[in-house]
Design a protein around this ligand. Structure first.
Ligand SMILES: [Mn+2]
Length: 378
């Protein structure tokens, strides 16, 4: 029986351009801390093999601090074999980070776009894989009948895209994996894991997802997949679990603020929501305000954001429609009714920018048509 950890897409030294300087430095450090925790997990669970399915680094620029940490970390678990399949962010080309590093003996890095393998006879295990050698790989490196000796535990580690057959990032399909005959395929590239999938041939495959979310397209808990794999007389025994790791959790949620009559009322509603959901320092929240507001109310997203300091980051998106209690406008026989009627399709447009322009036009228009001063609007 072997113990395995599957991780990918750590993107060490990511710039975190979306955050301010201080918070981006915090996040870069937190990813390093997560790597450290990963090494400790491998040590404490006596892991035999760690598979890193690409994008360990975010790019060719890697700090000395990170390089030292990686080397020291790998050195500290000499009984764990670490197999790396470079991805599109850290390809194994001539200028590769891996070429510049002095890697310990227990680290194995694929360096060819063609599939090859490392053999670990003491574990009766073979690990197949390939490397990106540039920022794209526009063919599937998997071919039929890759596995030559089905009595061994046959693993695959690679960076590839199962989501699109025309992907520029090593398009691989489920049927490629079926035909190849791996017991477990550890994939990288897709940052959100959707769990372990069983193939009809009896093997398994999964994206572990990244170790730490880096933005609102990488929401929810992030972590690694650990597995115990055994093969007895060619019969596979496989059990796995997802181990959450992330220091922060990125979330996108929506909140209905229909009928709120002021920004103060909206703020109260947001505070109540954050309290109910028990969001705090661990959370980066993108909150989408939905629902209908009276046309005269403009949502001040920046004001709202500045009032709330209990989260790691908060982004507020105003997706409300200025259509609250507009029945009187619908029924209005005057030019106001006609004006509203004209704007209505734009107010309900799928295009956010168009909705914003139309709702501003409505606010200014209604004030002007009532004889007020549009300069008083803010
Ligand atoms: Mn990646």
């Amino acid at each position: 029986m072997i113990r395995m950890i599957h991780t990918a897409d750590l993107h060490l030294d990511s710039p975190f351009a979306m955050l301010d300087l201080q918070k981006s430095e915090i996040r870069r450090q937190e990813i390093r801390d997560s790597f450290d925790a990963l090494i400790k997990l491998a040590y404490s669970t006596r892991t035999d093999i760690m598979l890193i399915a690409g994008d360990l680094f975010d790019g060719a620029f890697v700090t000395h601090e990170t390089l030292n940490m990686i080397t020291r970390g790998f050195e500290s678990i000499p009984d764990c074999r670490i197999v790396i399949a470079p991805g599109n962010h850290d390809p194994a080309g001539d200028n590769s980070v891996y070429k510049k590093m002095c890697l310990p003996e227990n680290v194995y890095v694929f360096d060819s776009e063609d599939i090859s393998y490392f053999d670990f006879p003491e574990l009766d295990t073979r690990v197949y894989g390939y490397a990106f050698t540039s920022s794209s790989l526009e063919k599937s490196p998997l071919c039929t009948d890759i596995v030559k000796d089905a009595s061994k535990i046959n693993l695959l580690v690679c960076h590839g895209d199962t989501l699109s057959p025309i992907s520029r990032y090593a398009p691989i399909t489920e049927s490629d994996l079926e035909r190849a005959g791996f017991d477990y395929a550890a994939l990288g590239h897709v940052h959100n894991s959707d769990g372990v999938h069983e193939l009809s041939c009896g093997g398994f495959y999964a994206y572990s997802g990244c170790l730490e979310g880096r933005g609102f397209d990488e929401t929810g808990e992030k972590g690694v997949i650990t597995a115990r794999i055994d093969k007895d007389n060619g019969k596979l025994a496989f059990s796995s679990k997802f181990v959450p790791f992330s220091k922060r959790v990125y979330m996108t949620r929506s909140l209905d603020v229909t009928g709120c009559e002021s920004n103060t009322a909206i703020l109260e509603k947001i505070n109540q929501f954050i309290k109910n959901e028990e969001y705090g320092e661990r959370h980066a929240l993108k909150l989408v305000l939905e629902g209908l507001l009276t046309p005269s109310l403009r949502v001040f997203t920046q004001y709202l954001r500045e009032q709330i300091n209990s989260l790691f980051t908060l982004r507020i998106v105003d997706n409300t429609l200025p259509l609250y209690e507009c029945v009187h406008l619908e029924a209005d026989p005057s030019i106001k009714g006609a004006f509203f009627d004209k704007l209505r399709p734009l107010l309900e447009s799928d295009d956010r920018e168009m909705r914003e322009i139309a709702s501003l036009a409505l606010r200014y228009g209604l004030v002007a048509l009532s004889g007020g001063e549009t300069s008083e609007l803010n």
